[in-house]
Ligand binder design. Structure first.
Ligand code: SPV
Ligand code: MG
Length: 302
């Protein structure tokens, strides 16, 4: 079975220009991302956990993640890169996750080299890196379990998050390249892009580099272009924008006992119906329900 979105994701990662991928966590956010013109979605672990009321510490189960991915896939036609965290355990958990994600309609998965249960990369200092050889074997198990040859497996290097230096990050990335990773996600939580730029300068592998400039976005995308980065993931910004908007609206409505102060900032109901494709349902009702009713009435059947 071949999935055209997986092929598209490969092409995106391998394209010459800097590409931008946006996070989504549910059906409506996925539609918003597609409409905004992004070529692919990052099914963010942080965002999906947050919307389920959980912490990004593997509190949600892998089946909850797969369910969320299925919802996103049902709502869009662009490729979905799933944030698979550590693969929810050992190689066996990871390869089962990959099979399920292929069935759910994902185009790729990103697996990070930390221990299960992982902790969000921006929280605390207790992050534990996986053994390099074990992680390589996990990557190979993921590759071997794809039900589609184009399905992308991205290896995420958390060395900088764990306080390790550039040499360690490069050593890990090269090992993951040899183990069959399709791209390297190099992560940093510095407020500047120094670690990422230094990594990209020394990276000699032929795999695309993926980054998530959550803390160092102020470096500007030209910095990433010059560094030869393949793909930027905006990993959680639209979730955080929506939380900020909901907080403002909830507080104002509570305070004012009314909606006057925030009406101007609300999406109109017609825009919401448009986003969710209500017109298509109307057409379908005409085609499938009203037409049948008319035929029945025409034939004198009630
Ligand atoms: C996520 O979106 O869950 C990520 C990216 O892993 S980040 O939060 O930037 O670490
Ligand atoms: Mg994550």
């Amino acid at each position: 079975m071949t999935d055209p979105t997986a092929r598209k994701l490969r092409e995106l990662l391998e394209s010459e220009q800097l590409e931008f991928v946006m996070s989504a966590h549910d059906g409506s956010s996925a539609r918003i991302v597609e409409r905004a013109g992004f070529p692919a979605i990052w099914a963010s672990g942080l965002s999906i956990a947050t919307t389920l009321g959980a912490r990004d510490n593997n509190e949600i189960s892998w089946t909850q993640l797969v369910d969320a991915v299925e919802v996103i896939a049902d709502s869009t036609s662009i490729p979905i890169i799933v944030d698979g965290d550590t693969g929810f355990g050992d190689f066996n958990n990871a390869r089962r996750l990959v099979r399920k994600l292929c069935h759910a309609g994902a185009a790729g998965v990103c697996i990070e080299d930390k221990l299960f249960p992982k902790e969000n990369s921006f929280v605390g200092d207790a992050h534990q890196l996986a053994d390099v050889d074990e992680f390589c074997a996990k990557l190979r198990a993921c590759q071997d379990s794809r039900t589609d040859d184009d399905f992308v497996v991205i290896a995420r290097v958390e060395a900088f998050i764990c306080g390790k230096g550039l040499d360690d990050a490069l050593h890990r990335a090269d090992a993951y390249r040899c183990a069959g990773a399709d791209a390297i996600f190099i992560h940093s939580r510095l407020p500047v892009a120094d670690e990422i730029v230094a990594f990209a300068e020394r990276w000699e592998g032929d795999l695309p580099l993926v980054i998530a400039p959550t803390t160092y976005a102020s470096a500007g995308t030209d910095t990433f272009r010059r560094a030869g980065i393949s793909t930027v993931i905006w990993a959680n910004q639209i979730l955080r924008a929506s939380i900020a908007a909901m907080q403002v609206a909830a507080a104002a409505i509570r305070r004012d006992e009314g909606t006057q102060a925030i009406e101007g900032g609300l999406v109109s109901l017609s825009e919401l119906f448009d986003l969710m494709g209500y017109d298509e349902l109307k057409e379908a009702q005409e085609r499938y329900a009203s037409a049948v009713l008319r035929e029945r009435l025409g034939a004198g059947v009630s």
